[in-house]
Design a protein around this ligand. Structure first.
Ligand SMILES: C[S@@+](CC[C@H](N)C(=O)[O-])C[C@H]1O[C@@H](n2cnc3c(N)ncnc32)[C@H](O)[C@@H]1O
Length: 444
């Protein structure tokens, strides 16, 4: 006898489990970083999730990376045999669940239950769903005491911590890693009327001129976004372009320009900007940003080292770097980089700096900057350049031109911001990215 047709309700797909999609995306993002070296943000581009779930996934993944060292330390203590081999996304499932249990306002049972579901749904992880359940329950039951025993610097890889100790001393290295534990506020560069925009958006004007907002919703929904009144730019990232001084009417090359934060500053200040970058994708973002802001620049898609170039009144080179100064905004950077990356990047920067220098007209300024905390990509790079190029002289940065941040001026006169600067009683309103910038003039 043929089967009787089932009533329609039986043919409906099972109702989605609330919150599972957000955990699945967060886990996939962390797995992408850990297993394939992908950038965390890549996982969220084009993700088809309700805005609420997308926001939650971003938050879970962000905290998972920000506290990855602490979480890894705790999981190690709970898994006597270590992470099982060939267990697929198990590690990412455990990390994201632990992040919720330890650092987010999520009921422990929900974090554990959803993690076990994710493990069961994966061919390689399902054999370990019981282990996941046991480990996470134990972590939840003992979280306060276990967390209190995690070393203070656990969230920075030891090779990087060692570098910062050598470059900045024990206390400042600690302060840097501590500053990276808190999700930073949103910084905006405004075209005009910083005080007015700070008042309208419920933020404050920093001494350096950026507007800082603590709590905020989706960026495109904020007042002023659509009309192009401001753009998102870390307060430290806004400083290097300012070192060129008044640029109205000057021909300025912005080298390695995308997505265009500094191009926007220069164009808004009245410069005729040539923005060069080799990434077509990032240049599309630059073009979109300029369009929204009602600003113009000549956009050149080219490898800087192969670009014939030209001569400019001023040149800004924001060279590709290890980005260790941006770990507070991109915590995956800390775990995606290795010590050997620094030497390779320093060599690329050396060649780019030589190329950029050749484009500066006599008497013109060259600003070299990187969002790195590593001296090889900053102070040492510029010292070596000056030793090789007597036609250039440093024009020392003064505290007055960077909002009185005297601590951010090196004895040699370069700009060196650290994430631990700009302290605030509210950690979410404190700090700025780690940037280096030197201002050089062509005198010969
Ligand atoms: C630090 S980001 C630039 C950020 C940008 N200046 C801003 O303020 O928004 C470095 C940029 O260098 C670009 N880049 C890397 N290697 C390059 C090359 N050989 N030639 C041109 N651009 C390059 C990358 O595509 C990336 O957009």
């Amino acid at each position: 006898m043929p089967d009787l047709p089932r009533p329609p309700s039986d043919r409906r797909p099972p109702a989605p489990v609330p919150g599972l999609a957000a955990r699945a995306l967060a886990t996939a993002a962390i797995d992408g970083v850990l297993s394939r070296g992908e950038a965390l943000e890549e996982a969220f581009e084009g993700a088809r999730l309700e805005p609420r779930d997308l926001g939650l996934a971003r938050m879970i993944a962000g905290v998972s990376m920000r506290r990855y060292g602490s979480i890894g330390h705790l999981l190690e203590g709970l898994m006597a045999k270590g992470m099982p081999r060939k267990s697929g996304p198990l590690e990412a499932i455990l990390i994201t669940a632990a992040a919720q249990i330890l650092f987010l306002d999520v009921p422990d049972h929900a974090a554990v239950d959803l993690a076990v579901r994710l493990a069961r749904a994966d061919d390689r992880a399902q054999a370990f769903s019981g282990l996941a359940n046991a480990v996470l329950r134990k972590l939840a039951a003992e979280k306060a005491e276990r967390l209190a025993a995690v070393p203070a610097d656990a969230d920075t890889p030891s090779w990087l911590m060692g570098r910062w100790r050598r470059a900045y001393g024990e206390d400042r290295a600690h302060a840097i890693t501590a500053a990276q534990r808190t999700e930073p506020a949103l910084d905006l560069s405004v075209k005009a009327d910083a005080a007015g925009w700070a008042a309208r958006l419920g933020g404050r004007v920093l001494p350096t001129g950026s507007v800082r907002l603590a709590g905020h919703g989706a960026i495109p929904a904020l007042e002023g976004f659509g009309e192009g009144a401001w753009w998102v730019q870390d307060a430290a990232a806004a400083l290097p372009a300012r070192l060129l001084g008044p640029v109205a009417g000057l021909a300025v090359a912005d080298l390695c320009a995308a997505p265009g934060g500094k191009t926007a500053q220069l164009a808004a200040a009245g410069a005729a900007v040539t923005a060069v970058d080799r990434s077509e994708v990032r240049l599309t973002r630059l073009a979109d940003n300029l369009k929204r802001l009602g600003l113009q620049a000549e956009i050149v898609a080219a490898d800087l080292l192969a670009w014939p170039g030209g001569t400019f009144d001023a040149v800004l080179l924001d060279a590709p770097c290890s980005a260790t100064g941006t770990i507070r905004r991109h915590p995956d950077v800390a775990w995606a980089k290795a010590a050997h990356d620094i030497a390779a990047l320093a060599d690329l920067q050396r060649r780019m700096l030589a190329k950029a220098a050749g484009m500066v007209k006599p008497g013109g300024l060259l600003v070299y900057c990187t969002c790195s905390l590593e001296p090889e990509e900053g102070e040492e790079q510029v010292a070596a350049f000056l030793a090789r190029n007597p036609a250039f002289q440093r024009v020392p940065v003064t505290a007055a031109e960077i909002g009185g941040l005297a601590e951010a001026v090196t004895p040699a006169g370069d700009l060196r911001t650290l994430p631990s600067l700009l302290p605030d009683p509210d950690p979410a309103m404190a700090g700025l990215d780690g940037f280096f910038a030197a201002r050089l003039r062509r005198v010969g």
